[in-house]
Design a protein around this ligand. Structure first.
Ligand SMILES: Nc1ncnc2c1ncn2[C@@H]1O[C@H](COP(=O)(O)OP(=O)(O)OP(=O)(O)O)[C@@H](O)[C@H]1O
Ligand SMILES: [Mg+2]
Length: 354
């Protein structure tokens, strides 16, 4: 028979997504009751409007339902006093220290960033990072102050595309983002580990903590546009990004293949579920222009435009396969790119000019 001890043991497996330490160790569990097949748990959050509340609730439910005889889980949320909160951050080994005296939500909204745009796809290797980088370059050429968050913690590629190396430094107002020659600012895991070839193998909660810090602990200053390069897939990390950042819009990148289209449908559904407004779909690698000027649809006739129409999603344009993109991305010379029309058009849509 499941008892309080079993419940507390199970709750010891649930991590605070921000601090990466379990809820029991952090003293966040205030009350536990079991009545019949229902367990009620009272959780004290570090901040009343903690944006990760839903995730914590879901994780608790998932963990407790593994216990014998538990079929219903109720999670009630309260919040900590200032003293309790400080104590919690100390238990977390100093993590989240910057938020000790400040409500994290206040800090989140305190960033004077005008618009945050995520670039994602259900599938890997379709050109998300390239499109993110080109959008940043196009916006910067128009005179906007632009930042890029490389949310692909385990496979970061933004610094390479912009030719950036070496570690970020902390200043008085937090971590200073790296500034490129043309003034685009960025943070990436690759600029935080001494050897960028070291693989990052972390569990979800730790990744979430890092992502949150990319936003809250970086001195972004006044940005007109902040682009977020999402990792592939519709799993944990993209969802965490949506929970943490107040995303104003999402650009979905796809390639013309049928399979990629299906994954895009998934990405669109995810955005709808998370109530993220869709900017539209950019189709990448749509065609190849031969030396004689003939356009060849390498993957066969594309159905992306048709699909977008069916789903009522704006089609933002198609980008050709152009080996020069791959070359400048590899060489870190993206700021010299000849801008594809599809990216110009996407930026116009983001800016509400189209
Ligand atoms: N239109 C294009 N023409 C030529 N090469 C391209 C094009 N788009 C992307 N590439 C190249 O394809 C590779 C994958 O692109 P990119 O890294 O942008 O994809 P991604 O979707 O971010 O991948 P991941 O899912 O791994 O993050 C890169 O080497 C990139 O330079
Ligand atoms: Mg990428």
């Amino acid at each position: 028979m499941t008892d309080r001890n079993d419940i507390m043991k199970a709750l010891g497996n649930v991590m605070d997504p921000e601090l990466g330490v379990d809820l029991v160790t952090l003293g966040m569990i205030r009350d536990v009751k079991m009545q019949g097949d229902t367990v009620s748990v009272m959780v004290a959050l570090t901040a009343p409007g903690c944006p990760l509340k839903n995730k914590i609730g879901k994780d608790i439910e998932e963990e407790l339902k593994k216990l014998q005889g538990v079929s219903k889980v109720e999670v009630l949320f309260g919040s900590m006093t200032e003293a309790e909160r400080e104590n919690t951050f100390q238990k977390a080994g100093g993590k989240g220290q910057t938020q000790q005296t400040e409500d994290p939500l206040k800090k989140l909204s305190g960033q004077p960033i005008k618009r945050i745009i995520a670039v994602g796809s259900g599938k890997g290797g379709v050109g998300k990072s390239l499109v993110t980088s080109l959008l940043a370059v196009a916006a910067s050429r128009k005179g906007f102050k632009v930042g890029v968050i490389d949310a692909d913690i385990t496979g970061p590629s933004i610094p390479t595309i912009f030719g950036q190396k070496g570690l970020l430094v902390a200043g008085e107002k937090g971590v200073e983002p790296r500034k490129t020659k043309k003034g685009i600012e960025m943070v990436s895991m690759n600029l935080l580990i001494p050897d960028p070839t070291t693989p990052v193998i972390w569990r979800g909660p730790v990744l979430a903590g890092v992502l949150r810090q990319f936003y809250t602990d970086v001195n972004w200053g006044n940005l007109d546009l902040l682009f977020v390069d999402l990792p592939p897939g519709t799993a944990d990390v993209p969802l965490t990004v949506f929970q943490i950042f107040p995303i104003d819009g999402m650009v979905v990148v796809t390639s013309p293949q049928e399979l990629a289209n299906l994954v895009v449908t998934k990405a669109l559904k995810m955005a709808a579920e998370m109530s993220i407004p869709l900017v539209g779909v950019v189709e990448n690698m749509t065609y190849f222009v031969c030396k004689d000027g003939e356009k060849v649809e390498v993957f066969g006739k594309s159905r992306v435009q048709e699909r977008c129409k069916e789903q009522g999603v704006p089609y933002l344009g198609g980008m050709p396969i152009d080996p020069s993109y791959a070359r400048i991305a590899d060489e870190g010379a993206i700021e010299d790119a000849v801008m594809p029309q599809a990216v110009e058009d996407t930026l116009k849509t983001i800016l509400g000019e189209k």
